[in-house]
Design a protein around this ligand. Structure first.
Ligand code: ATP
Length: 622
């Protein structure tokens, strides 16, 4: 295990170490009590088979002659029996405390780990999520955490118990007879060596098994998310077969793991039996020579069995430890990934260029002017998607962005939202470079309606209030009005309380877009961004929404990314993007009048008449 892993494991146990230590202590006391049982039995056997009460424990012999003077031998045996029961009872009490302490400590620790991993994932940058399969992340947050839970709840204390048993029993055995003690531990190095080799092997095989399970989860997750596409393209047989492939790969690897464990179990069984057999043969000959009593041999055999049991358990513990170490590595990969704020404060943006950014500004004026200065951006490992973009919109103005698919429109939106890091000083909000703005402050100023809005499977109202839970009802109603949502909501029997299915499955595309728009409007942002988010609404609704947005001119900067020019024709500035570059910029009339990409778009969308003049739409003269 690397140092990072050690420190991760150590840090993880913070606050619960005393409980684990107490659990190990309780386990040690229970084990010590149980170790005395063979000793009590040894003396009882010696009393019967050797020199009577003189061979017994002096205190018990004295007590036996006092309480049962007529039958002291019977009295000794009865007292031994009572002592065994009391000792076992005491051990039971300590076992109970061990169980309780381990359970509360491990469950609390795992809860902390699960919450920590989830919180960390929530703060990881978009770049990290781009490079991960959702199923794999789910696997890490669930199955890998569970593997650690198993380790902490059972194995950690078992390791302590094995060590304590070995530490206490060895001196006891050497005290009784050093030669037989050497025999009793003769095969232990072999058992340990096998367990270690097994541990290394299990680590390797479990990693492969865990990864196969992650692939299986990712396949299932992708399938369920895209179930409509699967149906629409009649891909069920293909997907079933694909899932079957991952399932078979997982089963094969799991079977390898099971076979490996079976080999270890049977091998260690053989070694353990051989160890007991050796003690029996040599110990028996020692009894025959009069070197040991029958009681000594009995105690020896019981202790060997007692010490062999946890050593044999070592196989299972090492299996779990091997699994836990793999899970820990996988979780450490998540926890070691830098969160957004850390990346920015260390100046390791996605482009990796330029000087380190200045410390995050606590706030920006919140007016909403936006400026790009020779902005060039490439996704990690890719070629530039945006090249040398330069434009400025003043606060309260409307910016339209048009261009063919893949031109970089959404990329510009993602940069504004701080999902990716542009080169320092190339993108400014309210004249503050975006990399200097705290992400929470930045996103507080912006509200976005994405191309494919994400909705929660909660009520309409809960979806509307995301990010503005405390908004007053009038604001809610006016936002719904502006987004042309009021009538839609009224048509649902439960109104705002209507629950929508997963990701808004029971809403139409246009309804989803309007709901997402109302949600964004409710935030009353300094900058509203519509990323092709009026594409699914009809022309009448589009006119209504644009008219309502126009009323916010001067108070709110609006960015409208669109394919339909009708959505941007009233913008103060229109950017025409093509292959990541600004091909043209200006107002609708200017751009439509000059030859170029925008005029071509006007022609394609019927905005030019037969004489190639810009078509006037009703109300435009006003
Ligand atoms: P559309 O109109 O179809 O939405 P767009 O103009 O919004 O297109 P973008 O989504 O900005 O285009 O994509 C611009 C380019 O960046 C495309 O070539 C795309 O393949 C690439 N791209 C987009 N997202 C990523 C990403 N996360 N990682 C790598 N490349 C990406």
């Amino acid at each position: 295990m690397s140092n990072t892993l050690h420190s991760n494991l150590w840090a993880l146990t913070r606050g619960y170490r005393h409980r684990f230590a107490a659990a190990v202590g309780a386990m040690a006391l229970a084990s010590l009590l149980l170790l005395s049982v063979p000793l009590i039995a040894k003396y009882a056997l010696d009393v019967v088979m050797e020199d009577g009460l003189a061979s017994g424990i002096p205190f018990l012999s004295g007590l036996a002659t006092t309480v049962a003077p007529a039958h002291p031998l019977l009295g000794y045996l009865s007292l031994s029996g009572v002592l065994v029961v009391l000792v076992t009872l005491g051990a039971g009490v300590f076992h109970y405390f061990r169980g309780r302490l381990t359970a509360t400590a491990s469950e609390a620790l795992i809860r902390r780990l699960r919450t920590g991993v989830h919180a960390h994932v929530e703060h990881l940058p978009a770049v990290w999520h781009d490079g991960m399969d959702t199923g794999d992340v789910v696997q890490r947050c669930s199955s890998d955490v569970e593997t650690l839970r198993v380790f902490f709840s059972g194995d950690l204390v078992e390791i302590g118990r094995a060590l304590i048993l070995v530490a206490v029993l060895l001196p006891l055995m050497f005290w009784l007879d050093w030669a037989l003690a050497l025999v009793a531990i003769a095969l232990m190095p072999v058992i340990f060596a096998c367990a270690w080799i097994f541990f290394r092997r299990v680590q390797f095989v479990f990693k492969a098994t865990d990864e196969a399970e992650a692939e299986l989860t990712a396949c299932l997750q992708e399938n369920l998310t895209g179930i409509r596409v699967v149906r629409a393209f009649s891909r069920q047989p293909f997907e079933v077969e694909r899932f079957g492939g991952f399932n078979a790969a997982f089963r094969n690897r799991y079977q390898r793991l099971i076979s490996l464990m079976a080999v270890f179990w049977s091998g260690s069984d053989l070694l353990c039996s051989a160890q007991i057999g050796l003690v029996l043969i040599i110990g028996g000959s020692f009894v025959a020579d009069g070197r040991l009593t029958v009681g000594d041999l009995f105690a020896f055999l019981t202790w060997v069995a007692m010490v062999i049991w946890p050593v044999r358990q070592l196989g299972r513990i090492l299996t779990d430890a091997g699994k836990a170490s793999v899970s820990l590595v996988r979780l450490a990969e998540v926890l070691d990934a830098a969160v957004e704020e850390q990346i920015r404060s260390e100046g390791t943006g996605t482009t990796g260029e330029g000087p380190a950014p200045a410390p995050a500004a606590a706030s920006v004026p919140g007016r909403g002017s936006i400026e790009a200065k020779h902005l060039t951006f490439a996704y990690p490992g890719g070629s530039p998607v945006l090249e040398n973009l330069t434009f400025r919109v003043e606060s309260g103005q409307t910016l339209g962005i048009v261009g063919p698919p893949g031109a970089g429109k959404s990329t510009l939106v993602r940069l504004l939202l701080g999902f990716y890091e542009p080169p320092p000083g190339t993108l400014l909000i309210d004249d503050v470079p975006i990399e200097q703005i705290d992400r929470n402050v930045l996103r507080d100023q912006l509200a976005v309606v994405l191309q494919e809005p994400f909705l929660y499977s909660r009520s309409l109202e809960e979806n509307l209030r995301v990010g503005r839970e405390d908004a007053d009802p009038e604001l809610l109603i006016s936002s719904m009005d502006d987004a042309a949502l009021t009538e839609t909501v009224a048509a649902f029997p439960d109104g705002l309380a209507t629950r929508i299915g997963e990701r808004g499955v029971n809403l139409s595309g246009g309804q989803r877009q309007r709901l997402a728009l109302a949600r964004a409007l409710l935030r009353r942002p300094a900058v509203l961004i519509l990323d092709d988010s009026l594409s699914a609404v009809d022309a009448h609704t589009e006119v209504h929404v644009l008219e309502r947005l126009a009323r916010r001119r001067g108070r709110q900067t609006t960015i409208i990314v669109a394919h339909r020019l009708s959505a941007v024709r009233d913008a103060d500035l229109i950017l025409v993007l093509g292959e990541g570059r600004v091909l043209q910029q200006g107002r609708h009339d200017e751009l439509a009048a000059e030859a170029g990409a925008y005029r071509e778009l006007c022609r394609q969308q019927g905005l030019l008449d037969d004489d190639e003049d810009v078509v006037q739409v009703a109300g435009e003269e006003d």
